[in-house]
Each structure stands twice: as C-alpha cells, then as structure tokens.
Design a protein around this ligand. Structure first.
Ligand code: FES
Ligand code: FES
Length: 187
C-alpha cells in the first residue's frame, strides 16, 4: 500500500488539516509552499519545486539516492517530512555549484570517472559534502565505511572513493589494489 493510498483512507477532521503552509529555504531561495502533512522532503523537492536532481531510489532509507543536506548535515530526504523543515537551510545537488563553477567534489567525480549511469551521483555528492563537513574520515577505509549508506548499482565505488579522498585531503586517493583508468570506468 502506498503512502498516498494510506493518506486517501485516513479520515480528516477539522482538527487535522491535511495541508500545511511551510516556507522551505532550498539552495538559498525561500519557497512558500502548501504541503501535505505526510509529504516527504524528497517528493516536495521533485514534484513541487521541480528539483529532480535528487533521485528516488528505494523510497525507504536504504539506498542514499535521495541524500540532501540540511544545515550542512546529510539526510535521506525520503524519510524526512517536508512540513518540519521550515527555517532550515536545505541544499540539493543543484545548489552545490557556484554558478558555472562546479563544486570541488563535482570536479573530482569528473576527474576520477566516478559514475556510470549517474543515478546515484547526486546522493553520493551530497553525502560526500556531509562526510567532509563531519570531519571524521581519516583514511580511504573510513571514506568507504562512511559512504556505505549510498549504493551505486553500477559499482563505481573505487572511483567514488578516490574522488572523495582527493577532496577530503586523504592520501592514497588511488586504490593501489584497483587502479583505474579515467575514461574506462572499470567497475
Ligand atoms: S530513496 Fe531515500 S534512501 Fe533510497
Ligand atoms: S553510477 Fe549508476 S548507480 Fe551509481
């Protein structure tokens, strides 16, 4: 049963309004919105704000494709209620670049060939920004562990880890056990 189906079957009373007025600050811009009480931030970003860079993979908190930043911290937007995010700074993949200048992680993903289909890439990028903000990763293995909530169906993990290590300033950005050739995208 989908959330919408559940919602349709949930009786509404005068005391339980189904829609809420909320102003979301996304990528530095305020958006005054009417959202349903049960709407996920992911659905509001994609369907009401047309910010489709954030992807819906599992919609159950399992894949990380929907990762965005709230006040600099990475979260799964599929598990986050939009109505509760007023006053918080939300950053999606569309907000990472500075105009035409790509974010250093976006540049590093290009340099390291860190994607194939690219479906997971927005979530990987936002998660990596959050990881660097956290300041806990010291080694390549730390990066692999702390990025483990973001799945890549194509298996570009080696390149993704290398790109994140480079921007995080972690030595041995290239995996000596699995050297990659940019342009070949070995999985
Ligand atoms: S879509 Fe949110 S974790 Fe998969
Ligand atoms: S590049 Fe395709 S899922 Fe990651």
């Amino acid at each position: 049963m989908t959330r919408d189906t559940v919602a349709e079957q949930t009786p509404q009373t005068a005391d339980t309004p189904s829609r809420h007025s909320v102003t979301l600050q996304v990528n530095g811009n305020d958006h005054a919105l009417e959202v349903q009480a049960w709407s996920s931030l992911l659905d509001v970003l994609r369907e009401q704000l047309a910010l489709t860079g954030t992807k819906k993979g599992c919609d159950h908190g399992q894949c990380g494709a929907c990762t965005v930043l709230i006040d600099g911290r990475r979260i799964n937007s599929c598990l986050t209620l939009a109505a509760l995010q007023a006053g918080k700074a939300i950053t999606t993949v569309e907000g990472l670049s500075d105009g035409q200048a790509l974010h250093p992680l976006q540049e590093a993903f290009l340099q390291h060939d860190a994607f194939q289909c690219g479906y997971c890439t927005p979530g990987q990028l936002c998660s990596a920004v959050g990881l660097i903000n956290e300041g806990r990763a010291r080694t390549r293995d730390d990066v692999r562990e702390l990025m483990s909530g973001n799945l890549c169906r194509c298996g570009a993990y080696t390149q993704i880890t290398s790109a994140v290590c480079e921007v995080a300033g972690i030595e041995q950005a290239r995996d000596p056990q699995c050297p990659t050739i940019v342009g070949s995208v070995p999985a």
